[in-house]
Design a protein around this ligand. Structure first.
Ligand SMILES: [Zn+2]
Length: 284
């Protein structure tokens, strides 16, 4: 210990280890702790995220053809796994069910996004919501029933029971009443639409924050990952269209550049489906 403390003091004082008195020792202790802090924080972060510095979840909403045609090939070529939130009335699910089954068999998550994708119709920009699927006309029971039936349908496709949910349009109430508590035991987590980083031990697993991607460049998306690396956080990307097929869209080249960045940093960044990461957070 005296040798170690001598190294810390050598540049500032003339004392040596044999001359060190109590006062000097007490002055050095805070300096020693201060110098150790970054290493301790880094170690804690690494333990938090499966021995990586941070975690990233790539989520793709609404069961689009581009997810199978453009996203899956890139993910698979880089060995990355993602979560796909598929409403059961997605035409792509009904016409390409076997392909989705293969997607799940390759380790991707088929996430629950309800049966009919109901949303609150009166909210801004929601002219597209049909009156039959306006969440304001739903009851909590009806919404919970539909969500649970969607779980059964997805289990029939992938055989899995551990799944996460994504709130349709980010809405958490049916007929004005929250259905969040009613579905908690059905999922290992739920992705919300609030923007922000998720910190280990300080994340509401039924409202996991995410970043909606709509037109951002690769550099802007990579900056979010760099922030997660710096803060030791979980960052969740929320994609819809990738190279088209949805009004909320990201350029394919920018999307692929983000994935390449992640694929090159697997030793420091944990990229996994949301159910894997939320289950890890529950277990730890
Ligand atoms: Zn959606």
């Amino acid at each position: 210990m005296s040798t170690l403390l001598y190294k810390f003091t050598g540049g500032f004082t003339d004392i040596n280890s044999t001359q060190m008195n109590t006062t000097t020792f007490l002055m050095i202790i805070p300096l020693f702790i201060f110098m150790c802090l970054p290493a301790v924080a880094q170690q804690e972060n690494k333990e938090a995220w499966n021995n990586r510095q941070c975690a990233v979840v790539l989520t793709y909403d609404d069961g689009l053809h581009v997810h199978i045609d453009k996203v899956i090939p890139v993910l698979d070529s880089l060995g990355l796994k993602a979560t796909f939130y598929i409403p059961c009335n997605s035409s792509c699910l009904s016409t390409r069910m076997e392909e989705w089954r293969t997607v799940a068999a390759h380790g991707h998550e088929l996430g629950n996004h309800s049966l009919f994708h109901p949303c609150v119709g009166k909210s801004k920009g929601r002219n597209w919501v049909k009156p039959e699927y306006d969440l304001d006309t739903y009851t909590v029971t009806r919404m919970v029933d539909e969500i649970r039936l969607a779980n059964i349908m997805l289990r029939a496709i992938d055989g899995k029971t551990n799944r996460t949910f994504a709130y349709t349009c980010g809405d958490k109430a049916a007929g004005g009443a929250s259905f969040v508590d009613s579905i908690q035991k059905d999922f290992s987590g739920a992705r919300g639409t609030r923007s922000g980083m998720n910190m280990f031990g300080d994340t509401d697993l039924m409202d996991i924050k995410s970043y909606m991607i709509n037109g951002q460049s690769a550099d802007e998306m990579i900056d979010l990952v760099k922030t997660a690396e710096k803060e030791g956080a979980l960052v969740v990307f929320l994609f819809h269209g990738v190279g088209g097929e949805h009004a909320i869209n990201v350029n394919l080249a920018d999307h692929n550049k983000l994935l390449e960045y992640l694929g090159n940093r697997k030793s420091t960044i944990w990229v996994a489906p949301l159910n894997e990461i939320s289950s890890y957070m529950i277990d730890h």
